[in-house]
Design a protein around this ligand. Structure first.
Ligand SMILES: [Zn+2]
Length: 119
């Protein structure tokens, strides 16, 4: 008598991501890829906006070629760097206050072409 042996598929190995060599269960690559990277002209622009903000102003970083998740990480880093608050809106990082000088120094470290635009 033979009990029909059930074939057991091992899930020990699982799928290994070729990009990060981590198990698919912990890999974040797919998640990141799903985030669309906005179309840019390859130039990251730093600008200041005071209009309608009662003279206080904010510094905007637009055109960063990053999916939203990474953009938020970058915004966090920049907030710490500048010691200020800020948000990400429609692919644009917005920092409270004038931090153009700091950002123009910091952002090119990502290998980007960074320009100051506007006032
Ligand atoms: Zn991966």
């Amino acid at each position: 008598m033979s009990k029909k042996q059930r074939l057991v598929y091992s899930t020990d190995q699982g799928r290994i991501c070729p990009d990060c060599n981590q198990a698919a269960a912990v890999c974040q690559c797919d998640k990141l890829k799903k985030d669309k990277i906005p179309e840019t002209d390859g130039i990251v622009r730093v600008s200041r906006e005071t209009k309608g903000r009662k003279g206080k102003g904010v510094t905007l970083v637009s055109g960063a070629p990053l999916p939203e998740v990474e953009l938020k990480n970058l915004a966090k880093r920049l907030r710490n760097l500048c010691g200020t608050g800020g948000t990400v809106k429609d692919g644009v990082i917005e920092l409270q206050g004038d931090h153009c000088v700091v950002l123009l120094k910091e952002l090119p470290k990502n290998g980007w072409v960074v320009k100051r635009s506007g006032g």
